[in-house]
Design a protein around this ligand. Structure first.
Ligand code: 5GP
Length: 255
């Protein structure tokens, strides 16, 4: 493949200039980090799985009218996406207490929240992605009130849809992180879902056993990380046909 210009290298992905103006190639690495880079490792095959899982979820969301940056998957590790101006916020939606919210408010992990909660974090590694209020976001100009309303509405719709999708395959959607971007069409701007949706940025627990099927297995040194991601892919009915050992057993899904 012709060498392309690298635009950005993140912890789990590399972005390359796309084949046409306004497009970007998103390459999924096997690298994993946790605690803002404090811990790092390689999960062989993770990039391939996340590329497929994110493709599946983004396409499903597009079908219900959620605008996303996703155009098409190119190969096992790459997908073509629209170039967007990333809004420097991490939008987290939570259904069940886990991770930082459990710690922050002293809530027992696993307790269902009274209702789904949307939180915003300022995307800034040097500051450890601090939790921010809507007032901070507007005052510092990271997004205007209209963009915030749009992102909150989209995040809630994504949550409703994904909760149902995962419930159908025996998985509880505990929480997840989304990123949004501004896509320009001439003078017109549209907020679209960007980045990826995968076990790297969702907490996914088996409905029956509460077994963790996500990156917490890496963060908490629980082992069998790849196997957990494969299990998510298997239940989603994603067939990994090329060069991956994940078996496809249609009779096993949904659980
Ligand atoms: P928490 O705030 O509890 O650490 O994370 C909440 C949810 O957002 C989890 O599903 C977690 O995977 C996701 N999340 C939050 N921040 C990040 C981040 O910087 N990177 C990734 N991959 N996921 C994140």
């Amino acid at each position: 493949m012709a060498r392309r210009r690298q635009l950005y290298e993140g912890k789990a992905k590399i972005l390359f200039e796309g084949p046409e103006p306004g497009t970007i190639v998103q390459y999924f690495k096997d690298d994993a980090t946790a605690g803002n880079g404090a811990k790092s490792g390689v999960i062989t095959g993770k990039g391939v799985l996340n590329n497929r899982i994110s493709e599946h979820l983004m396409l499903s969301l597009q079908e219900i009218g959620i605008p996303t940056h996703f155009i098409r998957r190119i190969n096992m590790r790459e997908q073509l996406v629209k170039e967007v101006e990333i809004i420097p916020l991490e939008v987290v939606v939570r259904n069940i207490a886990a991770g930082s919210i459990a710690k922050r408010f002293g809530i027992e992990e696993g307790k269902r929240l009274p209702r789904s909660i949307v939180e915003f974090y300022y995307k800034n590694d040097a500051l450890n992605d601090p939790l921010v209020s809507e007032d901070h976001i507007i005052a510092f100009g990271w997004a205007c009130p209209h963009d915030l309303e749009e992102m909150t509405g989209l995040a809630m719709r994504v949550n409703d849809f994904l909760c149902g999708l995962f419930a159908g395959i025996g998985i509880q959607l505990v929480d997840f992180k989304l990123e949004f971007g501004r896509a320009w069409e001439g003078e017109d701007m549209r907020i679209v879902l960007a980045d990826e949706i995968s076990p790297d940025n969702c907490r996914l627990w088996d409905t029956q056993t509460n077994e963790k099927l996500d990156k917490d297995r890496f963060r908490r040194d629980m082992g069998s990380v790849k196997e957990a991601y494969q299990e998510v892919a298997r239940r989603l009915g994603i067939l990994l046909e090329e060069g991956n050992s994940t078996e496809h057993k249609p009779t096993d899904t949904p659980v």
